[in-house]
Design a protein around this ligand. Structure first.
Ligand code: NDP
Length: 492
């Protein structure tokens, strides 16, 4: 089990089933965001290691893509079982690397990833093609084939979960993968690679290379990469898409958001409060689908806002390893500064600052990247902090009068990842849900992402979907085989 004082030996790249040393000795450091202490150094994958990783994934693809689906599924299922058995250990490592409270990582990050692995393990045997009869003397077979070597690029907010969400469907479909975690959070994806191997995954099927955007760029540019799947910012998504366009590689992009939560006066008050708080402050607000624009119908806004603020002031900020902690630090100094900048912008705007946005007074937290959860009311749609993705504990409250107004304003964004409507009027809830321009809309709940339902963005929030059976389409390609049973006409 890890704690906030843990230091580890130097970590390496996991390639072709083993840890290998890089040839130039270059490393970066990873820290615990709760106290800024160095956890360990991590070897950076240079071109040599990237080439070896892609070559090993390419070689492994030959046999993995021909492995019976039942066997692929069985290996994935074993991996999910091991992940569950090691949940406590991996959760504490995730807390060490990300600073997310152990009360979250121990019940969400690993478990939700294991569920996705189990889901795709179950689907592996159902991936099938089609037969089309073409009388009088022909037929066609539609084969669904894997793509080849996929590059996975992860973000730092859900490191192991993202690696599982990407690798599970890729591997179930018969692809192999080279995965680069974010430089801020390199550790748990290595554990995933070890667990896949323990479960029986052949060497080279899942490789982990370490490094920054430069490493990611070299990986996605490699000519033997068939598909890129990224979770990250919109800006990075656009860069990746340009690289992919040059080489016509397939892509899945899970990008940012600035999602609306619309609370009508007939909502169940307590449920709406619970969801708005969790949908803003979970993981210190570092969740792509968070509902950071909260639209409240005017007639209930005073009461609703008072309850939100009362409850927010009681959120326990502290050591992420303390099970009572509900809000941990932000991921890094850079990100901390970015969020502080937005709090400053909000404070100097015409919005009303209701609480939070402060640095903790507790001396034991002063080395970490903590900011107390902040709420601003009387916001308007054009304020910078209301429009931009802040990715921190900053909630913007907006009020509305009519349903049409709420829908129009909720859709007034370049993002389209998620949204929610709280109302006990069944017709209204569905009417609004249908009109929100977002990939996921929850009615009377928030941020619920079971493995079997697709997740992904409209507009600038992304391309493609993760989870759900639809993901199979993003990790396979169709081959049509036309078979003639008769003669070929003599045309010439
Ligand atoms: P980035 O988009 O920069 O990073 C995401 C991943 O992409 C990281 O592994 C990163 O490497 C890698 N990467 C960055 N540039 C390239 C590139 N040109 N080619 C290949 N790989 C690349 O996100 P940040 O970590 O910088 O966060 C910035 C903002 O993005 C946040 O403030 C938030 O708004 C948003 N974000 C959204 C997330 C989501 O879930 N959709 C998750 C995280 C952030 P490395 O980080 O190691 O340099």
């Amino acid at each position: 089990m890890y704690n906030n004082e843990t230091t580890l030996k130097k970590q390496k790249n996991f390639i072709a089933g083993k840890y290998i040393c890089n040839d130039d000795g270059k490393t970066f450091k990873t820290i615990h965001p709760g106290n800024n202490k160095i956890i360990c150094e991590v070897e950076i994958a240079g071109n040599t290691e990237i080439n070896i990783a892609v070559a090993s994934a390419k070689e492994a693809f030959e046999s993995w893509s021909k492995t019976p689906a039942a066997e692929r599924g069985a290996i994935l299922r074993r991996a999910a079982t091991i992940l569950r058995q090691k949940n406590s250990e991996i959760a504490s490592l995730e807390t060490l690397d990300t600073g997310k409270p152990i009360s979250e990582t121990s019940v969400v990050d690993i478990i939700s990833g294991a569920e996705v692995i189990e889901y795709f393990a179950g689907i592996a045997q159902s991936i099938q093609g089609n037969y089309i009869d073409l009388p009088p003397e022909a037929f066609a077979l539609i084969r669904r084939e894997p793509l080849g070597v996929c590059a996975g690029i992860g973000a730092w907010n859900y490191p192991i979960q993202i690696a599982m969400w990407k690798s599970a469907p890729a591997l179930a479909c018969g692809n192999t993968m080279v995965f680069k975690p974010a430089e801020e959070t390199p550790l748990t994806t290595l554990k995933l690679a070890e667990i896949y191997q323990e479960a029986g995954l052949p060497p080279g099927v899942f490789n982990v290379i370490q490094g920054s955007a430069k490493t990611g760029m070299s990986l996605i540019n490699h000519p033997d990469i068939a598909k890129i799947t990224l979770t990250g910012s919109v800006e990075t998504g656009k860069t990746v898409m340009k690289v992919a366009a040059n080489q016509l590689k397939k892509i899945t992009l899970e990008l940012g958001g600035k999602s609306p939560i619309i609370v009508f006066k007939d909502a169940n008050f307590e449920n709406a409060i619970n969801a708005v708080l969790a949908g803003n402050f979970f993981s210190s607000g570092q969740v792509c689908s968070n509902g950071t624009r909260v639209f409240i119908q005017k007639s209930i806004s005073d009461e609703f806002i008072k309850e939100l603020v009362d409850r927010t002031k009681k959120i326990k900020l502290g050591d992420p390893f303390d099970y009572d902690t509900r809000l941990g630090p932000l991921i890094s100094q850079d990100h901390y500064q970015k969020v502080q900048k937005y709090i400053k912008i909000a404070k100097s705007s015409k919005a009303t600052h209701l609480c939070g946005g402060d640095l903790p007074k507790d001396a034991s937290l002063k080395e970490g990247y903590f900011i107390s959860p902040a709420i601003f009311a009387n916001c308007n749609d054009d304020m910078k902090f209301v429009k931009d993705e802040v990715f921190g504990p900053l909630m913007s409250l907006l009020t509305f009068e009519s349903e049409d107004e709420a829908i129009k304003r909720a859709n007034n964004t370049n993002f389209g990842l998620a949204g929610a409507v709280f109302s006990q009027n069944f017709s209204r809830a569905h009417r609004v849900a249908n009109q929100l321009k977002a990939g996921s809309v929850w009615i009377n709940d928030y941020n619920i992402t079971p493995a079997e339902i697709p997740f992904g963005g409209y507009k600038e929030s992304g391309i493609g979907r993760e989870n759900g059976i639809q993901t199979i389409e993003h990790f396979t390609q169709i081959k049509t085989i036309y078979a003639n049973l008769g003669d070929v006409p003599k045309t010439y």
